[in-house]
Ligand binder design. Structure first.
Ligand SMILES: CC(C)(COP(=O)(O)OP(=O)(O)OC[C@H]1O[C@@H](n2cnc3c(N)ncnc32)[C@H](O)[C@@H]1OP(=O)(O)O)[C@@H](O)C(=O)NCCC(=O)NCCS
Length: 185
């Protein structure tokens, strides 16, 4: 997203707080997990906004990069758009808590599957997801886009966790994600 001033402006305008879980410790944001549901996701800036911030060439370039990494979720699936924990708080189970809580919410909402993508070089994240029951379902090479976008990885691994949920309570819907995220746990 370029330098932090411009990136912060774009993020501030287009992050959707209703599509994320936040981990807060002593009033400080220490972790964030974005979710893509069938209704929408955490960060999908329109091309016009990127063009107005970066100009036509760089705006379209960034839009294509984001589009390339974007994945739609189907109706009974939640896709983890991204997860990050403050550097000083890593290894203290904040990531585990975010993913576990997402799973609780997904089960409450009759979501059948949580999925995510992780890059081949991110061993720590991969082992965390495996420990939490995610299994690798596919691998895709991003060549030649790794060169075009200078991504420091060549392969994206999709991992999924199937959830056994109570389908009697209603049809799969992700509407409640939007309400529940405003609660504090
Ligand atoms: C991946 C990430 C979200 C995990 O969050 P976390 O709060 O550190 O996760 P947890 O503490 O629950 O678990 C991390 C694992 O690494 C171990 N660990 C130890 N020290 C660690 C450290 N300094 N940093 C990260 N992990 C550490 C933990 O013990 C744990 O191992 P385990 O699964 O065998 O128990 C976090 O490392 C991060 O923000 N990374 C940068 C962004 C990123 O890579 N996101 C993932 C994109 S797919």
């Amino acid at each position: 997203m370029g330098d932090s001033v411009r990136a912060t402006r774009v993020l501030a305008r287009h992050l959707v707080p209703a599509c994320c879980l936040a981990a807060i410790c002593n009033d400080k944001l220490v972790g964030l997990l974005g979710v893509q549901t069938a209704q929408g996701g955490f960060f999908s800036p329109p091309v016009a906004s990127l063009i107005s911030e970066y100009g036509v060439v760089e705006g379209v370039y960034r839009y294509m990069g984001l589009f390339f990494l974007h994945r739609e979720a189907v109706s009974d699936e939640w896709y983890v758009d991204g997860i990050a924990v403050d550097k000083n708080m890593r290894g203290k189970k904040v990531g585990t808590a975010l993913l576990n809580y997402l799973e609780v919410m997904a089960r409450e909402n009759n979501i059948r599957k949580i999925s995510l993508d992780v890059i081949d070089t991110n061993r720590k994240a991969r082992s965390l997801y495996s420990r939490l029951g995610f299994v690798e379902t596919s691998q895709s090479s991003i060549w030649p886009f790794n060169h075009i976008y200078e991504f420091p990885f060549k392969t994206v691994i999709t991992m999924e966790k199937e959830l056994a949920c109570n389908r009697e309570e209603g049809d799969g819907n992700s509407q409640r994600f939007q309400k529940d995220t405003h609660k504090t746990y």
